[in-house]
Write a protein that binds this ligand. Structure first.
Ligand code: 5GP
Ligand code: MN
Ligand code: MN
Length: 331
């Protein structure tokens, strides 16, 4: 009898083997979620979680590796950016200011001038025209919030994706290059009603549930909670809790590339220890470091890259981030 039952259990697990992620109880308050999981689980602390130095642009690539050049949030300001050597370019969204077709064409020309074997791009909240539902709503509201987009004719943005001829564009979809399964998604937590905004919780979780198991490299526009998602001027963590749970518990990719939060350490005002202690008891380690958002971290399974080229003042001062990964065999 015991045997029969365990046999049934195994069968059931095989059928529904995919782990189901539930909406987190702290979903709507990521700063509180960060504090709670840090105090109770040390979830964002060393030794599991570390800052990582990106590969220097002039370092030789080890044999058998694929070199990824990660960039994000270029916001139509690509001219001064020095692009390093690599095999695959990843752009994690916000390549324009408003998604105007003229901006998309200029970005596509820039992509065309780059020598990478593969160039993979997702949209961000600034690519308004890529979010067709958003555009339909905007027309209903008579372009109240984005008057400069009102001059566009629907036929000029209905197929705006087709202007990206020099890259692989991902939108809740995946591609395999050099044996790596790469998935891209533009959605992020609601912030002032831009493109691809969704409420925290169930709505975003449903987008993350579209990510198949077995993805090696995940590209999203926004960060997961606790990884390079700190907005110092608000003393807030703004990453998505459901994205973190999906990445750490279910997908466990080698690499997660994102941007969206532009804060770097150039303009950080030092936060006093007393202020830190008042706001976030038990989270000294990160706050003491006055972490910027741009940079690289790792949790032992996944390397997290916030590749925002632009600073909070939309100046493209942060260099592209280089990551080497061993190329899967038989490719
Ligand atoms: P962007 O407009 O380029 O998408 O975002 C640029 C800046 O907006 C970020 O560097 C950050 O300062 C702010 N921002 C974006 N999303 C959020 C959010 O969800 N919460 C907060 N507090 N700030 C955000
Ligand atoms: Mn941006
Ligand atoms: Mn953004």
């Amino acid at each position: 009898m015991a045997f029969a039952q365990s046999h049934i259990m195994t069968a059931r697990r095989h059928q529904h083997s995919r782990l189901i992620i539930e909406v987190d109880e702290y979903s709507s308050n990521p700063t509180q979620a960060f504090t709670f999981y840090n105090i109770n689980q040390g979830r964002f602390q060393p030794p599991h979680v570390q800052m990582v130095d990106p590969v220097p642009h002039d370092a030789p690539k080890p044999p058998g590796y694929t070199r990824f050049v990660c960039v994000s949030d270029t916001h139509s300001r690509t001219d001064p950016i020095q692009m390093p050597y690599g095999d695959v370019l990843i752009h994690a969204g916000d390549f324009t200011e408003l998604g105007l077709p003229s901006e998309v064409k200029k970005f596509n020309e820039w992509l065309g001038s780059l020598p990478y074997e593969y160039k993979i791009v997702i949209a961000g909240n600034h690519e308004l025209t890529f979010d067709q539902e958003f555009m339909a709503d905007l027309i209903k509201q008579d372009f109240y919030y984005f008057p400069s987009v009102s001059k566009l004719k629907p036929e000029s943005y209905e197929n705006v994706q087709s202007l990206l001829t020099n890259c692989i564009y991902l939108q809740d979809s995946e591609v395999t290059v050099r044996g790596f399964r790469i998935y891209g998604s533009p959605w992020q937590p609601w912030f002032y009603g831009w493109g691809f905004n969704l409420p925290r919780g169930q709505a975003l979780l449903e987008k993350w549930n579209l990510i198949p198991d077995g993805i090696d490299i995940l590209i999203t526009h926004g960060p997961p909670l606790g990884f390079l998602d700190w907005v110092p001027k608000k003393m807030q963590r703004v990453g998505c809790v459901e994205l973190l749970n999906t990445v750490q518990r279910r997908i466990q990719p080698r690499l997660h590339v994102f941007g969206h939060i532009h804060e770097d350490d150039r303009n950080l005002k030092k936060t006093s220890r007393k202020q830190q202690a008042r706001c976030y008891p038990g989270t000294f380690w990160f706050l003491r470091e006055e972490l910027p958002s741009y940079g690289v971290m790792a949790d032992g399974t996944t390397t997290y890259v916030n590749a925002s080229a632009c600073t909070v003042n939309y100046q493209p001062l942060n260099p592209p981030i280089v990551i080497d990964l061993p190329t899967p065999r038989n490719t």
